[in-house]
Write a protein that binds this ligand. Structure first.
Ligand code: HMG
Ligand code: MG
Length: 299
Protein backbone atom coordinates (compact mmCIF):
# COMPACT_ATOMS: atom_id res chain seq x y z
CA UNK A 1 0.00 0.00 0.00
CA UNK A 2 1.25 3.46 -0.84
CA UNK A 3 0.88 6.38 1.59
CA UNK A 4 -1.82 9.02 1.00
CA UNK A 5 0.59 11.87 1.64
CA UNK A 6 4.36 12.37 1.45
CA UNK A 7 6.32 15.04 3.27
CA UNK A 8 9.03 16.39 1.02
CA UNK A 9 12.17 17.53 2.82
CA UNK A 10 13.59 20.05 0.36
CA UNK A 11 17.40 20.16 0.39
CA UNK A 12 18.19 22.28 -2.68
CA UNK A 13 19.33 25.33 -0.74
CA UNK A 14 21.72 23.23 1.34
CA UNK A 15 22.73 20.01 -0.40
CA UNK A 16 22.21 21.70 -3.76
CA UNK A 17 24.12 24.89 -3.21
CA UNK A 18 26.92 23.47 -1.04
CA UNK A 19 28.46 22.00 -4.15
CA UNK A 20 28.32 24.99 -6.49
CA UNK A 21 31.69 26.16 -7.76
CA UNK A 22 30.62 29.80 -7.86
CA UNK A 23 29.31 31.40 -4.70
CA UNK A 24 25.62 32.19 -4.94
CA UNK A 25 24.82 35.61 -3.46
CA UNK A 26 23.03 35.50 -0.11
CA UNK A 27 20.04 37.46 -1.48
CA UNK A 28 19.62 34.95 -4.30
CA UNK A 29 19.64 32.07 -1.80
CA UNK A 30 17.05 33.89 0.31
CA UNK A 31 14.82 34.47 -2.68
CA UNK A 32 15.25 30.82 -3.69
CA UNK A 33 14.01 29.69 -0.27
CA UNK A 34 11.08 32.13 -0.35
CA UNK A 35 10.12 30.87 -3.81
CA UNK A 36 10.37 27.25 -2.66
CA UNK A 37 8.02 28.11 0.19
CA UNK A 38 5.57 29.76 -2.23
CA UNK A 39 5.66 26.53 -4.25
CA UNK A 40 4.11 24.77 -1.26
CA UNK A 41 7.18 23.11 0.27
CA UNK A 42 6.93 23.16 4.07
CA UNK A 43 10.30 21.70 5.12
CA UNK A 44 13.13 23.59 3.48
CA UNK A 45 16.66 22.93 4.65
CA UNK A 46 18.18 26.39 4.71
CA UNK A 47 21.93 26.09 5.23
CA UNK A 48 24.71 24.54 7.35
CA UNK A 49 26.56 25.90 10.35
CA UNK A 50 29.73 24.05 9.43
CA UNK A 51 33.30 25.27 9.24
CA UNK A 52 33.41 27.99 6.55
CA UNK A 53 36.69 26.62 5.19
CA UNK A 54 35.15 23.17 4.70
CA UNK A 55 32.07 24.47 2.88
CA UNK A 56 32.74 28.04 1.72
CA UNK A 57 29.50 28.02 -0.30
CA UNK A 58 27.50 28.14 2.93
CA UNK A 59 29.79 30.50 4.85
CA UNK A 60 27.02 33.13 4.80
CA UNK A 61 24.73 31.09 7.10
CA UNK A 62 24.55 33.89 9.70
CA UNK A 63 23.48 36.40 7.04
CA UNK A 64 21.07 34.09 5.25
CA UNK A 65 19.14 32.51 8.09
CA UNK A 66 17.56 35.75 9.42
CA UNK A 67 16.31 36.53 5.89
CA UNK A 68 14.22 33.37 5.77
CA UNK A 69 13.52 32.24 9.32
CA UNK A 70 10.13 33.91 9.67
CA UNK A 71 8.44 32.33 6.67
CA UNK A 72 5.00 31.35 7.90
CA UNK A 73 4.25 27.65 8.17
CA UNK A 74 7.66 26.49 7.00
CA UNK A 75 10.25 24.50 8.91
CA UNK A 76 13.82 25.53 8.16
CA UNK A 77 16.22 22.86 9.42
CA UNK A 78 19.95 23.58 9.39
CA UNK A 79 22.95 21.26 9.58
CA UNK A 80 25.18 21.35 12.65
CA UNK A 81 28.33 19.18 12.76
CA UNK A 82 29.31 19.84 16.37
CA UNK A 83 28.76 22.02 19.46
CA UNK A 84 30.10 25.11 17.71
CA UNK A 85 27.59 24.64 14.90
CA UNK A 86 24.74 24.16 17.36
CA UNK A 87 25.75 27.34 19.23
CA UNK A 88 25.62 29.29 15.99
CA UNK A 89 22.23 27.84 15.03
CA UNK A 90 20.64 28.35 18.45
CA UNK A 91 21.97 31.91 18.66
CA UNK A 92 19.84 32.71 15.61
CA UNK A 93 16.79 30.92 16.96
CA UNK A 94 16.81 27.81 14.77
CA UNK A 95 14.11 25.30 15.80
CA UNK A 96 15.26 22.37 13.71
CA UNK A 97 18.79 21.05 13.39
CA UNK A 98 20.40 18.04 11.78
CA UNK A 99 23.54 16.18 12.73
CA UNK A 100 25.17 14.08 10.04
CA UNK A 101 26.83 10.74 10.62
CA UNK A 102 28.34 8.18 8.29
CA UNK A 103 27.97 4.43 8.01
CA UNK A 104 31.58 4.21 6.82
CA UNK A 105 34.88 5.21 8.37
CA UNK A 106 36.24 6.66 5.10
CA UNK A 107 33.45 9.17 4.73
CA UNK A 108 33.39 10.05 8.45
CA UNK A 109 37.05 10.99 8.06
CA UNK A 110 36.58 12.86 4.77
CA UNK A 111 33.48 14.76 5.82
CA UNK A 112 33.91 15.30 9.56
CA UNK A 113 37.62 14.65 10.19
CA UNK A 114 36.60 12.04 12.77
CA UNK A 115 36.10 8.29 13.09
CA UNK A 116 32.49 7.08 13.19
CA UNK A 117 32.74 6.58 16.96
CA UNK A 118 34.35 9.98 17.50
CA UNK A 119 31.67 11.71 15.47
CA UNK A 120 28.89 9.96 17.41
CA UNK A 121 30.58 11.10 20.63
CA UNK A 122 30.54 14.67 19.28
CA UNK A 123 26.84 14.41 18.35
CA UNK A 124 25.60 13.01 21.64
CA UNK A 125 25.84 16.23 23.69
CA UNK A 126 24.79 18.26 20.63
CA UNK A 127 21.55 16.31 20.32
CA UNK A 128 20.97 16.46 24.08
CA UNK A 129 21.38 20.23 24.15
CA UNK A 130 19.22 20.68 21.05
CA UNK A 131 16.47 18.69 22.77
CA UNK A 132 16.80 20.87 25.89
CA UNK A 133 16.02 23.78 23.59
CA UNK A 134 13.04 21.81 22.26
CA UNK A 135 14.57 21.68 18.82
CA UNK A 136 13.59 18.96 16.40
CA UNK A 137 16.64 16.88 15.52
CA UNK A 138 17.23 14.98 12.31
CA UNK A 139 20.03 12.46 12.10
CA UNK A 140 21.48 12.08 8.64
CA UNK A 141 23.21 8.84 7.91
CA UNK A 142 25.44 8.92 4.83
CA UNK A 143 26.84 6.08 2.72
CA UNK A 144 24.00 3.71 3.56
CA UNK A 145 24.41 1.73 0.34
CA UNK A 146 27.83 2.24 -1.19
CA UNK A 147 30.93 4.24 -0.42
CA UNK A 148 33.41 5.57 -3.01
CA UNK A 149 36.40 4.26 -1.05
CA UNK A 150 34.96 1.12 0.58
CA UNK A 151 32.51 -0.17 -2.02
CA UNK A 152 29.22 -1.79 -1.00
CA UNK A 153 28.32 -0.99 2.61
CA UNK A 154 27.25 -3.89 4.85
CA UNK A 155 23.73 -3.42 6.22
CA UNK A 156 24.87 -4.04 9.81
CA UNK A 157 27.07 -0.92 9.71
CA UNK A 158 24.05 1.18 8.78
CA UNK A 159 21.89 -0.44 11.44
CA UNK A 160 24.40 0.21 14.20
CA UNK A 161 24.83 3.93 13.45
CA UNK A 162 21.07 4.34 12.90
CA UNK A 163 20.36 2.90 16.34
CA UNK A 164 23.04 5.08 17.93
CA UNK A 165 21.46 8.22 16.41
CA UNK A 166 17.99 7.26 17.67
CA UNK A 167 19.31 6.27 21.09
CA UNK A 168 20.87 9.70 21.56
CA UNK A 169 17.50 11.32 20.84
CA UNK A 170 17.23 12.08 17.14
CA UNK A 171 13.58 12.51 16.16
CA UNK A 172 14.05 11.20 12.66
CA UNK A 173 16.67 9.61 10.43
CA UNK A 174 17.51 10.34 6.83
CA UNK A 175 19.15 7.43 5.05
CA UNK A 176 21.58 8.84 2.53
CA UNK A 177 22.62 7.24 -0.71
CA UNK A 178 25.34 9.86 -0.92
CA UNK A 179 26.83 8.67 -4.22
CA UNK A 180 23.63 7.39 -5.79
CA UNK A 181 24.53 3.71 -6.20
CA UNK A 182 21.48 2.16 -4.50
CA UNK A 183 18.95 0.05 -6.37
CA UNK A 184 15.40 -0.78 -5.23
CA UNK A 185 16.14 -4.28 -3.92
CA UNK A 186 18.90 -2.92 -1.73
CA UNK A 187 16.54 -0.28 -0.39
CA UNK A 188 13.96 -2.91 0.56
CA UNK A 189 16.61 -5.07 2.22
CA UNK A 190 17.97 -2.20 4.28
CA UNK A 191 14.54 -1.01 5.41
CA UNK A 192 13.46 -4.54 6.40
CA UNK A 193 16.68 -5.09 8.31
CA UNK A 194 16.26 -1.78 10.16
CA UNK A 195 12.72 -2.77 11.13
CA UNK A 196 13.91 -6.15 12.36
CA UNK A 197 16.50 -4.42 14.50
CA UNK A 198 13.82 -2.25 16.10
CA UNK A 199 14.03 0.91 13.95
CA UNK A 200 10.43 1.75 12.96
CA UNK A 201 9.64 2.97 9.46
CA UNK A 202 7.88 6.09 10.77
CA UNK A 203 11.19 7.66 11.86
CA UNK A 204 12.88 6.96 8.53
CA UNK A 205 13.30 9.40 5.67
CA UNK A 206 15.15 8.60 2.46
CA UNK A 207 17.76 10.72 0.71
CA UNK A 208 18.68 9.57 -2.76
CA UNK A 209 21.21 11.08 -5.11
CA UNK A 210 20.52 10.39 -8.76
CA UNK A 211 24.01 9.50 -10.04
CA UNK A 212 22.86 6.29 -11.75
CA UNK A 213 19.30 7.42 -12.48
CA UNK A 214 17.87 5.19 -9.75
CA UNK A 215 16.64 7.79 -7.29
CA UNK A 216 12.99 7.67 -8.31
CA UNK A 217 12.87 3.86 -8.47
CA UNK A 218 14.50 3.72 -5.03
CA UNK A 219 11.96 6.21 -3.71
CA UNK A 220 9.08 4.09 -4.96
CA UNK A 221 10.58 1.06 -3.20
CA UNK A 222 10.77 3.06 0.02
CA UNK A 223 7.16 4.28 -0.35
CA UNK A 224 6.01 0.71 -0.86
CA UNK A 225 7.73 -0.09 2.41
CA UNK A 226 5.76 2.67 4.17
CA UNK A 227 8.26 5.54 4.19
CA UNK A 228 6.52 8.94 4.02
CA UNK A 229 9.43 11.41 4.26
CA UNK A 230 11.43 11.91 1.09
CA UNK A 231 14.36 14.28 0.58
CA UNK A 232 14.67 16.00 -2.77
CA UNK A 233 16.28 19.05 -4.26
CA UNK A 234 14.57 21.52 -6.55
CA UNK A 235 15.80 21.13 -10.10
CA UNK A 236 18.05 18.25 -9.02
CA UNK A 237 20.76 20.55 -7.69
CA UNK A 238 23.42 19.09 -5.53
CA UNK A 239 26.16 16.74 -4.53
CA UNK A 240 28.58 16.49 -1.66
CA UNK A 241 32.00 18.15 -1.95
CA UNK A 242 33.53 15.43 0.23
CA UNK A 243 32.24 12.43 -1.72
CA UNK A 244 33.61 11.99 -5.22
CA UNK A 245 31.07 11.18 -7.92
CA UNK A 246 28.09 12.37 -5.89
CA UNK A 247 25.72 14.18 -8.25
CA UNK A 248 22.53 16.03 -7.52
CA UNK A 249 19.73 14.73 -5.37
CA UNK A 250 16.51 13.33 -6.69
CA UNK A 251 14.89 16.36 -8.33
CA UNK A 252 11.86 17.58 -6.41
CA UNK A 253 9.96 18.08 -9.67
CA UNK A 254 10.58 14.47 -10.77
CA UNK A 255 9.38 13.31 -7.36
CA UNK A 256 6.26 15.48 -7.44
CA UNK A 257 5.45 14.32 -10.98
CA UNK A 258 5.55 10.68 -9.88
CA UNK A 259 3.62 11.27 -6.66
CA UNK A 260 0.96 13.29 -8.45
CA UNK A 261 0.53 10.42 -10.91
CA UNK A 262 0.12 8.04 -7.99
CA UNK A 263 -2.50 10.28 -6.36
CA UNK A 264 -0.20 11.01 -3.38
CA UNK A 265 -0.58 14.46 -1.81
CA UNK A 266 2.45 16.73 -1.39
CA UNK A 267 0.96 20.21 -1.30
CA UNK A 268 3.43 21.32 -3.98
CA UNK A 269 2.46 23.45 -6.97
CA UNK A 270 4.54 21.91 -9.75
CA UNK A 271 4.29 24.95 -12.03
CA UNK A 272 5.62 27.30 -9.39
CA UNK A 273 8.35 24.88 -8.47
CA UNK A 274 9.61 24.43 -12.04
CA UNK A 275 9.55 28.21 -12.50
CA UNK A 276 11.72 28.46 -9.39
CA UNK A 277 14.19 25.90 -10.67
CA UNK A 278 14.41 27.59 -14.05
CA UNK A 279 14.97 30.92 -12.33
CA UNK A 280 17.75 29.33 -10.21
CA UNK A 281 19.27 27.66 -13.29
CA UNK A 282 19.51 31.14 -14.79
CA UNK A 283 21.53 32.29 -11.80
CA UNK A 284 23.78 29.23 -11.93
CA UNK A 285 24.31 29.55 -15.67
CA UNK A 286 23.31 26.03 -16.70
CA UNK A 287 20.05 24.15 -17.26
CA UNK A 288 18.48 22.05 -14.53
CA UNK A 289 19.28 18.32 -14.87
CA UNK A 290 15.68 17.47 -13.93
CA UNK A 291 13.82 15.70 -16.72
CA UNK A 292 10.52 17.07 -15.45
CA UNK A 293 11.80 20.65 -15.39
CA UNK A 294 12.94 20.40 -19.01
CA UNK A 295 9.80 18.55 -20.15
CA UNK A 296 7.49 21.15 -18.62
CA UNK A 297 9.52 23.93 -20.24
CA UNK A 298 8.57 22.72 -23.74
CA UNK A 299 6.09 25.07 -25.43
P1 HMG B 1 38.00 20.11 12.22
O1 HMG B 1 39.01 20.80 11.38
O2 HMG B 1 38.32 18.76 12.78
O3 HMG B 1 37.49 21.09 13.37
O4 HMG B 1 36.68 20.00 11.33
P2 HMG B 1 37.93 21.19 14.89
O5 HMG B 1 36.85 20.69 15.74
O6 HMG B 1 39.32 20.64 15.07
O7 HMG B 1 38.02 22.80 15.05
C1 HMG B 1 39.00 23.53 14.31
C2 HMG B 1 38.56 24.99 14.21
O8 HMG B 1 37.35 25.09 13.49
C3 HMG B 1 38.30 25.64 15.57
O9 HMG B 1 38.73 27.00 15.45
C4 HMG B 1 36.80 25.62 15.68
O10 HMG B 1 36.26 26.66 16.48
C5 HMG B 1 36.37 25.79 14.24
P3 HMG B 1 40.08 27.51 16.17
O11 HMG B 1 39.87 27.21 17.63
O12 HMG B 1 41.15 26.65 15.57
O13 HMG B 1 40.12 28.93 15.77
N1 HMG B 1 35.06 25.19 14.03
C6 HMG B 1 33.99 25.82 13.54
N2 HMG B 1 33.78 27.06 13.10
C7 HMG B 1 32.54 27.35 12.69
N3 HMG B 1 31.51 26.49 12.70
C8 HMG B 1 31.68 25.24 13.11
C9 HMG B 1 32.97 24.86 13.56
N4 HMG B 1 33.46 23.71 14.03
C10 HMG B 1 34.73 23.92 14.33
N5 HMG B 1 30.64 24.38 13.13
C11 HMG B 1 34.27 19.93 11.21
C12 HMG B 1 35.52 19.34 11.83
C13 HMG B 1 33.12 19.03 11.58
C14 HMG B 1 34.07 21.31 11.76
C15 HMG B 1 34.46 20.00 9.67
O14 HMG B 1 34.87 18.74 9.24
C16 HMG B 1 33.23 20.41 8.95
O15 HMG B 1 32.77 21.55 9.06
N6 HMG B 1 32.62 19.49 8.13
C17 HMG B 1 31.41 19.76 7.44
C18 HMG B 1 31.39 19.01 6.13
C19 HMG B 1 30.06 19.23 5.42
O16 HMG B 1 29.33 20.17 5.68
N7 HMG B 1 29.73 18.32 4.45
C20 HMG B 1 28.53 18.39 3.70
C21 HMG B 1 27.30 18.05 4.48
S1 HMG B 1 27.06 16.30 4.64
C22 HMG B 1 26.27 15.80 3.19
O17 HMG B 1 26.21 16.54 2.25
C23 HMG B 1 25.60 14.44 3.14
C24 HMG B 1 24.06 14.55 3.29
O18 HMG B 1 23.51 15.31 2.23
C25 HMG B 1 23.44 13.14 3.28
C26 HMG B 1 23.94 12.26 2.13
O19 HMG B 1 23.82 12.63 0.94
O20 HMG B 1 24.45 11.18 2.46
C27 HMG B 1 23.67 15.22 4.60
MG1 MG C 1 23.11 14.56 0.23
Amino acid sequence: DLPARVRIHEVGARDGLQNEKRAVPTEVKAEFIHRLARSGLTTIEATSFVHPKWVPQLADAEDLFPLVQDIEGVHLPVLVPNARGLDRALALGAHRVAVFASATESFAKANLNRTVAESLAVFEPVVARAKEHRAHVRGYLSMCFGDPWEGPVPVHQVVSVAKALLDMGCDELSLGDTIGVATPGHVQTLLSELNEEGVPTNVIGVHFHDTYGQALANTLAALQHGVTTVDASAGGLGGCPYAKSATGNLATEDLVWMLRGLGIETGVDLGRLTDTSRWMAGHLGRPSPSRTVSALAQP
